[in-house]
Design a binder for this molecule. Sequence first.
Ligand code: SF4
Length: 603
Amino acid sequence: MRGYGGKFVKIDLTKSKVLVEDTPMDLMKSFIGGKWLGAYILYKYLDPKISPLSPGNILFVTSGPATGTPIPMSSKISFFFKSPLTGIFGESTMGGNFPAAFKWVGLDGLMITGRSEKPVYLYITPDEIEIRDADHLWGLDTEKTEEVLISDLGREIEIAEIGPAGEKLIRFASISHGHGSRMRESKAGRVGGGAVMGSKNLKAIVLHPHEKKVDVYDVDRVKELSREFISRAVKEPSKSGIKGYREYGTPITVAIAHGDSAFPNHFWENVETPYYEDLDPDLLKEKYYKKRLSCWNCPYSCGKYSIVEEDDIFKGIEVKGPEYETIFSFGGNADLTDYKAIISLNLLCDRYGVDTIDMGNIIAFTLYAVEKGRIKLDRPVKFGDYESILYLFQLTMERRGIGDVMAEGMKIMAKRLGLEDIAIHVKGLTLAGYDPRRLKGMALSYAIGTRGGGHLRTTSYAYEFKRIIKPEDTGPEKVKFLVDIEDLFSLHDSMIFCRFARFVYDWEFTIEILNALTGFNYEYKWLKEQANYVRTIIRWFNLNAGMKPEEDTLPPRFFKEGGRKLDGTEVRITREELRSMVKEYYRLRGWDEDGYPRERIML
Ligand code: SF4
């Protein structure tokens, strides 16, 4: 099937019906897979006004033509749905082994609708698809769920599951994979896919491939291009990122962001941390890292397995991580200065199945509201105190007391408690660890992101840290650069490539690979136009879902307060600076001055 598995499966959980169809190759030719296909499916088949936790929401799972092939850093799969956290386009990507196995069982698309009467899981092999009873799994954490399924079905399976957070419909619950002994942990972490699975009473998706094989158009060329990737990555290891990721993983960013005054601290009051010595990535590497881990077929191996060996309450805790974003949200924003405590919270988030970025941000927000005297809790809590943070985490997981509103995400929480003036999110999604007052490309990226304030649509920070673009610049050339990066990444998200391969897979190399996999002879001009078309489809989906262009902005605190450096000076951004970038972005996308595309799209 030239880069594809051959099957498109529709499952209606209300009716317990499974429909297996041939992959529509005309559609794949136009929309490739991953993001482009997900945008098409949601726009064409999903009522944008639907309640995200109702049975009518679609959970669409899809890989891309590179997934499961020898092309490095392509074991990625994406989940699409209307997000219960943001109310707009929901997209979340997972790595590990599950994505490759998705292709190896012959799938290109899996569209799940409805709600099962009782808990179920899907069992998928190349020959059969079954909806199976999951009563015995409901209530188990992610690690235990995998343990039970592996013991029942054997070690050859790959699993994507939800934990108790997804079952309790916590709006930032993630979809998890590879926990415990598998040591391949990866999450579709953001925008609440776990809650969508929970709302469907779907505990897990289990894949059982028989062989690790995908048909491609030009086998020899694909092998050649895979080797070419390695030689490009190794030739310039710092530029490609392979050196930093292999040695430190993502935590190297603590040093870079802090050193560049972009590391959020004390719930976005500061842009440098007074506790840098405690959060130094060298400390993490020397004391806790025990081995390197990777997704299937990845030479970068950014994953690190950490074990706490010191003789205290954290002794014996093991986790894949912590990633930079977890260190930022708990260590930066909530001022936790002990890596052991961060590792412990990382493990708890993984077991319950919640996004660490949202969880850390929401806890820090609560601590901040208490500190400012805006809310009162039953017991004292404070920044930097593990017991306080653990207490708020537990309340959220149990939906108890203030935890019930914390579980709704920052946007709803801020609205219900009258805290909108101090909340930090864009369209309901909390921000990642890159301060937009310092990195103004990130300001634009957060403001116009397809799924709210995410950091991955352009990863502008990576280009700003390397001074490929200037952090303080807000001019039209920078916006043009970021639009081009967003388009390239949109194609990567359809292949699907890991974002960390961004400095190796340029347009030309990506197109060569795409053509060797599919034989479709794509050209740059068409792909670039299609990327813009897909961006516009998602814009329409979001506008039809109720999003207003006025929401293409940053939280008010960023315009009112500067981000403080340790020397007392500040970094700032103005409304006018951001507005001029957003307007230029609209213009380059071909939308009108107010952010509306000029023509309706009918699919
Ligand atoms: S760089 Fe990390 S996240 Fe990306 S494919 Fe490799 S191991 Fe997975």
